[in-house]
Write a protein that binds this ligand. Sequence first.
Ligand SMILES: O=C(O)CCC(=O)C(=O)O
Ligand SMILES: [Fe+2]
Length: 280
Amino acid sequence: MMEFADDKPSDQQELKIKDYVVGDLATLIYIPNFITDSEQSQLLRHIYEVPTSKWKNLKNRRLQNWGGVVHEKGLLPQELPAWLKKVTGRIHQCTGLFPSELNHVLINEYLPDQGIMPHQDGLAYFPVVAILSLKSPVVIDFTPHPRLRECASKESSGEELTIQSKAEEAEHDERDDGLLNTQKDSISPCSLLLMPCSLLIFKDQAYSDYLHGIQDTKLHRLDKVVNVLECMKLQKQEPFLSLEAESNHVIDETCFKRIDTRVSLTCRLVLKVHKNLFKF
Ligand SMILES: O=C(O)CCC(=O)C(=O)O
Ligand SMILES: [Fe+2]
């Protein structure tokens, strides 16, 4: 099997990130074919080679945690294996969006009817996330945080915004301008079609004011997808044959059926790293 190509000069080249921004929400970046098919196979081989005990079974997916334990106060670090460092190194070099090497990777595995609840990533992380997708295509949804919708409706009715907790209060102070700006723009949900080998990066408002999630259904809707070129690829890839055929991804222009497992690598940076376990 080919080794993950880390010595090609192109791997180290910084991409023009602006060329990969999709949709109107600040900021969703979608890079198709970030890795090759053989690099995907190689990663999958590594992922499935680990002892079963490395997998943590959750109700609706299973995951591997690499890089150490993330606490509110930072990371209790563990060296990433070389095969993951090649991925995080390439993300760091090619995107130029992280201040230092990424040090944490979650590998999620989803069966065709599994997903992840709408959520925000924890405060411990640097607010830029890179997600590498393997195997099955999937639709990821970005929905405004309820706090944002509340704020917009209170604003239009002239009511004061009620702040739930100290933490939210601090957050609100920081983001006040952002929220008000958002009200002028749309705060509508949007989705992205994540094809195998692609890299999704999200940051700014998509990170701080939106929830992201994947529906736990085999059928995924394509009508709110902002990276429409990928839908065309998916539609070209699979002929519109029998709608019942298990091997068919595409049902029609607005919907597709997941037929395979999806594996994703959520690559992040925890800035605060605890070098000494006993000082933690
Ligand atoms: O699998 C994905 O694409 C999303 C994973 C995710 O949101 C997370 O690990 O926090
Ligand atoms: Fe997440």
